[in-house]
Design a protein around this ligand. Structure first.
Ligand code: DGY
Length: 323
C-alpha cells in the first residue's frame, strides 16, 4: 500500500524529519524558504496532509482552493491564528496543534524578557559592545527590582501559570491574573494568586504585565493607548503571546513618552516586520520569536504533529484536534 503524501512547509528538527521520511511519502522544504500563495494552494491540492507552522499564513482564499486532496493540517505550533479557522471548518479541514510541550520554554522566555527589561540587560550589552562603558559608578544604569514585585498576567492558561510559578517561587513575586472564570483553586492556592475581574482593574496594580492570551480578532489591540495609560509609569509590559494583541504604535508612543518604563517583546504585528519605532528605543528588549526555540521543545512539537498524523491515518481519535 502506498504511503500517505505529507508536506512540511519549513525545516523541522532533524530527528523528526527522519521519522517523517520513514513513515510517509514526505516532501521537506530543504532550503527552508517561506511558501508563496501558489505553493500553499498546490500543497493543498497534491498532499493528503499539509503541516504548516506559525509563520505560514493560510487565509480563506488559500484554503478555499478547488480540487483539494488535503484533509488535515498538522500545525507545528500551539497557536493557530495564522489559519482562517472558519474557512477551514467550512472546507471540512481538520486542524491539530501542539499544546503542552512548549509551556516551560515559552514561560522561560517571558521571564527572560521580564528580567532583561527590568534590569536593562539588552541596553547594557549594547553599551559594552559599543565601547561606551566608562566604568562602574553609583548612579549608572539604575533599574527596577524584580524580586518581591507584582506580576499581572493577562490570560491564565498553561504558559501563564508556568511563568507565575517561576515568578512566585523563584522571585517571590505577587501574582495577579485576569481570566474569564476563576482558575483551579489548587493552582491559585499554590501561587497565592489573586484574580482581577477586568484588565482595567489589574493594570494599575502591576509592576510587570505579561500577555498570555491567544491572538486573533477578539484580542487584537487589547493593549492600546487607553490600557497603556492605566499602567504605572514604572511598569514593564512583556509579550510572548501574539504581536497583534498590542497596538505597536501606541506602545512605541508610551515608551517614547516614558508613560511606562519598558517592554520586552518576542512577538510582533506582521512578523518578521519590526516597526522601526522600536529599533530607535533603548527601553524595549526585542527577541525574534524565540519562545519555543529549544532543541528539546521543537523536537517535542514535531513529535506531537507525528502523533496527530499517525492517529489520523489510523482512523483514531486525534490527540490535539482544534477543528
Ligand atoms: C506557537 O507554537 O504558537 C509559538 O508561538 C511558537 O513558539
Amino acid at each position: 500500500m502506498s504511503k500517505p503524501k505529507v508536506l512540511i512547509t519549513r525545516r523541522w528538527p532533524a530527528s523528526v524529519e527522519a521519522t517523517l521520511q520513514q513513515q510517509y511519502d514526505v516532501t521537506l522544504n530543504r532550503d527552508d524558504h517561506p511558501f508563496t500563495v501558489d505553493e500553499y494552494k498546490q500543497a493543498l491540492q497534491n498532499y493528503d496532509a499539509v503541516c504548516p507552522t506559525v509563520c505560514d499564513s493560510l487565509p480563506a482564499d488559500v484554503l478555499n482552493v478547488p480540487n483539494k486532496r488535503c484533509k488535515i493540517l498538522g500545525n507545528f505550533g500551539v497557536g493557530y491564528n495564522h489559519i482562517d479557522i472558519a474557512a477551514a471548518k467550512q472546507q471540512g479541514l481538520i486542524i491539530t496543534n501542539t499544546p503542552g510541550v512548549l509551556t516551560e520554554s515559552t514561560a522561560d522566555i517571558a521571564m527572560t524578557l521580564l528580567l532583561m527589561s527590568a534590569r536593562r540587560g539588552a541596553e547594557g550589552d549594547r553599551i559594552v559592545r559599543a565601547g561606551r562603558w566608562t566604568g562602574w559608578c553609583p548612579t549608572h544604569m539604575m533599574s527596577s527590582d524584580v524580586t518581591g514585585a507584582t506580576l499581572g498576567l493577562i490570560g491564565f492558561g498553561r504558559i501563564a501559570q508556568a511563568m507565575a510559578g517561576k515568578a512566585h517561587h523563584g522571585f517571590g513575586m505577587k501574582i495577579l491574573y485576569v481570566k474569564p472564570s476563576p482558575a483551579d483553586s489548587t493552582i491559585v492556592d499554590a501561587l497565592q494568586a489573586i484574580r482581577c475581574e477586568t484588565i482595567e482593574a489589574l493594570l494599575p496594580q502591576c509592576d510587570y504585565v505579561s500577555l498570555h492570551c491567544p491572538g486573533g480578532n477578539q484580542t487584537r489591540h487589547l493593549i492600546n493607548e487607553n490600557t497603556l495609560n492605566l499602567m504605572k509609569p514604572s511598569a514593564h509590559l512583556i509579550n510572548t503571546a501574539r504581536g497583534d494583541v498590542v497596538d505597536s504604535k501606541a506602545l512605541i508612543k508610551a515608551l517614547q513618552e516614558k508613560r511606562i518604563a519598558g517592554a520586552g517583546l518576542d512577538v510582533y504585528e506582521n512578523e518578521p516586520y519590526i516597526d522601526p519605532g522600536f529599533l530607535a528605543l533603548d527601553n524595549v528588549s526585542l527577541l525574534p520569536h524565540l519562545g519555543s526555540a529549544t532543541i528539546a521543545t521543537r523536537t517535542a512539537m514535531g513529535e506531537k504533529v507525528l502523533a496527530n498524523l499517525a492517529a489520523y491515518f489510523a482512523g483514531q481519535v486525534l490527540p490535539d484536534r482544534v477543528v
